[in-house]
Every structure is written in structure tokens, then in C-alpha cells.
Design a protein. Sequence first.
Length: 280
Amino acid sequence: MIRRRLFSSLLSSTLILNTRISAKPISHALIPSFQLLQSLQCPNPNNYTSNGAFWFVGIRGYSLLSLNDLRDKVPRKQKTRKGRGIGSGKGKTAGRGHKGQKARGTMKFGFEGGQTPMRRRLPKRGFKNPFSLTFQPVGLGKIAKLINEGKIDSHELITMKTLKDTGAIGKQIKDGVRLMGRGADQIKWPIHLEVSRVTVRAKQAVEAAGGSVRRVHYNKLGFRALLKPEWFEKKGRLLPKPARPPPKLKDKVDSIGRLPAPTKPIPFYAEEKEAAPTAA
């Protein structure tokens, strides 16, 4: 193809073999061009001069590159077009054969030809408890860091809304927040918190610094009212009443969650009653 294009270009260009001009001495640099024309099989050999050379009047620059010859350097395998004739090797039935379920469609997922499938060969293990609760953990070290940065005021009550607004916990709170004892040695001042659950180590560290931790109960609607009270205002609704904990959770919580988000802690009256007889 390249040879044919070059030959047609040389014939249609301004390369003219002048026979009327007297013969001039030809340099050896023109001999390869003469050999090139001979290799291209020029149809009219009478255009050459008497001494076998020719005269250049002009030549046009020709590029062997065209738009249909552009290719990317990255090798790519051409996609097989099925059902487009026998020359492709995937014509007629397109590699599916004649008749049958596989020729007309596909088998259902998990089908193994009639033998017992994997989902029935293996026994069931465990179960998913629908009553399980998922709490988002937060360590005391992270709370102490936010207090040192000035994002949390240690003189006010630290609620789950405070932890969410300051970035101590994520925005997706499913069932509550669990206070962990990570970084408990960084708590050097009294703080008061209200969370859903608290570990023994975290509670001891907070109380040793002179603070308090209260476990409060919120249901799904109560958590929305605590974390996003503006949602109810936008809908023109009132905040719901705080929900009481179910009987199974009475031993795991200290009080009912308050709405809207409180700013002052509730004192533990049980401790005050125990301290009253000793003072008397």
C-alpha cells in the first residue's frame, strides 16, 4: 500500500522528466532516485535522458501518514463480534451450539447440574440477633484533646449532641455512644457526660478526676430529636416526649434521656441519700 501511494504521488507531483533540455552532468546523489523510479516500475521509460539520467524540475513533499493510519501505541485485542458470519469463527450460533437451555438462556444462580448446591451442603452457623444494639465508641483521650483545643467546654454538660457537633463521633449514630477508657490518663479536670453506655475503666477515670458519667436512654425518635431538633421545627412538629427504657434495659441505664439537649447534669440522688445518714 505504501509503495502504491508513493508511486501515484510521484506521478501526480511536479516531478517532470524533461527530454527537451540538453543533457547536463548528473551528480551521483540522483542515482538512488533513478533506481527508486526503476523499482517503482515507471510505465514510460522514454522520459529519461540519453545518458540514462533525468532532470529534476521540482518535487512535492509527501507524507506516508494519513488519518486512517493513526494507531495508539497501547496494544489492544480487537473484540470478537459474534453472529457476524462464519469468517469470524463465532457466526451463526455465536458459539452457543444448537438448542438447549444454555443456547436459549442461562441457568439459575447457584445451580450445579442437579447435585446438592453449596448453599445446602453447608450447615447454618450462628444467627442475627434482631435485638442487638450498636454503639459508636469514643475514647476519653479524644474528648480531652477537643477540650484542649477549645472545641468543648469542660464546665458544661457533655452530651452526645456535643460530641457529634464537635466531630468526636461520626454523624451516623445508630443506637447510641459508648464511652471508652482509651486515653484515660489525659483527664486531669472534672467533666460531666451523658452517654448511652460506659466502660468500667472510663467511669473510674472520670470519677477519679471529680466528674460524673450518666447512662441515659433514647429511642430512635428520641435520638433524632436530640441530634437534629431543627428537623422537627422544619416540619412544624413538637419535640417528642422522652421514651422510657424497656424492662430489659432498666439495669443498664441510669435515667431517661432529656429533650431538648440538656446543659446541666443531673445529680445522683442515690449517692446523696447514702451520704445523708453518715453526715447525721
